[in-house]
Write a protein of this length. Structure first.
Length: 275
């Protein structure tokens, strides 16, 4: 393991010379992917000291190499047939994970004990934390990091980020609630305990504004313990007056405050939105 990151990086730098059938390269890459699949390693994490996201580039390189080294094969699961380069994840029951029919996860993703997948999809490199739910028709894109006790409601789209290898993936921190049909993409981040109202779109170019002060607090990052919704703000341009998207913080919760669905619905309903 001590040399594996360096070996993967060396392979990645010489990727043009690799092709399916290279057994030695495939063995190294498979070792790295297995570390992701088992949860021993992760593509990215939030550094507690700095609060910044740290990306393990060599693991993203391993995922990219896997696509180069594998050929498309027929995969059968019960009555279903797939044609892909990467097998499906297996061993859910032994891992303490509930996966209902219609859900699928690729090898190289990690589902922690207590996680629940309704009919949904989790891509390679992604991580879903303890007791988190990926609800019906929600998607967790490649390398996205979903914390513990998170609820991704129906139809949520968590975008994937693979290239370049140093690109920061989407981070959803512990205890967050992402409302129905939200789209969180391109390395955006939702803090601990935060709530996104239904239909909110968040990416690194979207300003996050405090409704109490009118101040922009960030771009593409909803802070911890905030209730936020999709909104728009007026902007004058040469062609006229337009409304551009933003995310509006409606309320700040007490740190560690548990989500009371009825109370959250009341807060959002007062502002004309819902979860």
């Amino acid at each position: 393991m001590a040399d594996l990151p360096a070996q993967i990086t060396a392979l990645y730098n010489d990727a043009a010379s690799l092709a399916p059938g290279d057994a030695d390269a495939d063995a190294l890459v498979s070792e790295a992917i297995e570390l992701l699949d088992s949860g021993q390693e992760r593509v990215a994490y939030v550094d507690e000291a700095s609060g910044e996201v740290v990306v393990n580039e060599w693991l993203k390189q391993a995922i990219l190499l896997l696509f180069r080294l594998r050929s498309i094969e027929t995969i059968e699961a019960g009555p279903f047939e797939f044609a892909d380069k990467i097998p499906l994840k297996r061993g859910y029951k032994e891992s303490g994970v509930r996966v209902v029919p219609g859900a699928s996860a690729r090898w190289g993703s990690y589902l922690a004990p207590g996680a629940v997948l309704m009919p949904s999809y989790v891509n390679i490199g992604a991580r879903v934390g303890e007791r988190s739910m990926v609800d019906t028709w929600a998607t967790v894109g490649s390398c996205a990091q979903i914390g513990a006790d998170v609820h991704l409601a129906g139809g949520v789209g968590i975008g994937g980020v693979l290239e370049p290898p140093n690109a920061v993936p989407v981070i959803i921190e512990d205890h967050a609630f992402i409302g129905s049909r939200c789209m969180v993409v391109e390395g955006a981040r939702v803090g601990r305990g935060a709530v996104l109202g239904a239909g909110t779109i968040l990416n690194p170019s979207i300003p996050v504004i405090d409704s109490q002060t009118g101040e922009e607090v960030s771009r593409g990052h909803v802070p911890d313990w905030c209730v936020a919704v999709g909104a728009s703000r007026r902007k004058e341009m040469l062609g006229g007056e337009f409304f551009l998207p933003c995310v509006l913080i409606l309320q700040r919760l007490t740190e560690g405050e548990r989500h009371d669905k009825a109370r959250l619905n009341a807060v959002l309903r007062d502002h004309g939105v819902a979860t």
